[in-house]
Design a protein around this ligand. Structure first.
Ligand code: MRU
Length: 357
């Protein structure tokens, strides 16, 4: 199934055009729509580290095109250089951010694809690499749409839905994961009331989720993270839907810092807690959430987020970008293959197997 990009009401975050990678600079939203034009893998790595591109699937797609930028000018006679550069560029990109497994997943997928063509000429390998990057992006769009359709079976017209961070079109190739059912509900004429957590400290919820839902004409209300409990207590939320950066083999879920707290709150209020997870975010090699590396980011994100100094000079800061929600707090994990209920292990394995054909 091909997703119609015309239906996506906000700009695309990752665009390949004439041997250049155009990345929507998400740090400048919602006020400015500016694309970075990148021509080297080093620039792509920097854009990932500095959050110009963010969101697990978008990071994976950007890295895949970054790999191509690293090898595209290697002369066709130089196969040795092609393979050594591929390794070096891959390692460099992979180390950009540690938590979202889509980054390693995309690079590994490219490596495997090229291994099957090992004896082919360099020109053919380059073409195959570029084609694989496009395929990763296309498949991501399809996965999002399917996740949205499965998630929609868990919702009803008129519900209140709370989401955290940005797991929307800006974080993926099209509809997003957690936000996909909201777009599909809108297409069906449903009215859902969406609460978007602001998502301290980088404010992906305010700057990206509220922006893209508003652009789409969806009823969205922005709240600070510490208001989620009050909104639930009022009975305004019937489902929490979040994305993920990595799902461990037992169903523990790494996602933006604050997700774990929301899951605890949802449990306390008897609200289902759904995780939208493309199979590219499932890591069966990681047994439990305790084994997921959690990125820690600069203190300045907390002490002087957007220019203004909001903390005393020199204060100690702890700034983990993600947390782990234990599987027992998760009601269901929704992949492109359907809805998985606890215990999650067998369902996650089956979904990954299906995606590998
Ligand atoms: O630090 P970020 O903005 O890259 O974190 C993004 C998230 O935590 C998203 O919820 C996750 O990547 C899922 S995106 C479909």
């Amino acid at each position: 199934m091909t997703v119609s990009m015309e239906k996506i009401p906000h700009p695309r975050s990752v665009v390949w055009r004439e041997d250049r990678l155009l990345l929507l600079d998400q740090r400048r939203l919602p006020t400015e729509t500016v694309y970075l034009e990148l021509t080297t893998p080093e620039e792509v790595r920097e854009a990932i580290v500095k959050l110009a591109v963010r969101g697990a699937p978008a990071i994976g797609t950007a890295a895949a095109f970054g790999m191509y930028l690293g090898v595209k000018d290697i002369p066709d006679v130089d196969a040795g250089r092609f393979w050594s550069t591929l390794r070096r560029v891959g390692e460099n990109l992979r180390s950009a951010r540690p938590t979202a497994v889509n980054l390693a997943w995309a690079l590994e997928r490219i490596r495997r694809r090229l291994e099957t063509l090992k004896e082919r000429p360099v020109s053919e390998l380059k073409a195959a690499l570029l084609a694989e990057a496009h395929e990763i992006q296309r498949e991501d769009a399809d996965m999002c749409r399917k996740i949205g359709e499965h998630l929609l079976t868990l919702l009803e017209d008129g519900m209140g839905v709370l989401t955290h961070c940005n797991a929307g079109g800006l974080a993926t190739a099209a509809y997003g994961t957690a936000l996909a059912p909201l777009y599909l509900a809108k297409e069906r004429g449903w009215h859902l009331r969406v609460f978007a957590d602001e998502t301290r400290p980088v404010l992906q919820g305010a700057r990206l989720t509220a922006y893209e839902l508003q652009q789409a004409g969806i009823d969205v209300t922005l709240i600070c993270d510490n208001m989620a409990a009050a909104v639930m207590q009022k009975g305004w939320v019937q489902a929490v839907i979040v994305g993920t950066d990595r799902v461990a083999a037992n169903g523990d879920v790494a996602n933006k810092i604050g997700t774990y707290g929301l899951a605890v709150l949802a449990k306390a209020h008897g609200i289902p807690f759904y995780v939208a997870a493309p199979t590219s975010s499932i890591d069966l090699q990681t047994a439990t959430g305790a084994d997921i590396p959690i990125e820690e980011r600069p203190a300045e994100e907390v002490t002087r987020g957007f220019g203004a100094v909001t903390a005393p000079e020199g204060v100690q800061v702890y700034n983990p970008a993600f947390d782990v929600t234990p599987a027992e707090l998760v009601t269901a994990i929704i992949t492109e293959h359907g809805v998985i209920r606890p215990p999650f292990g067998p369902g996650l394995q089956e979904a990954v197997q299906r995606s590998q054909g």
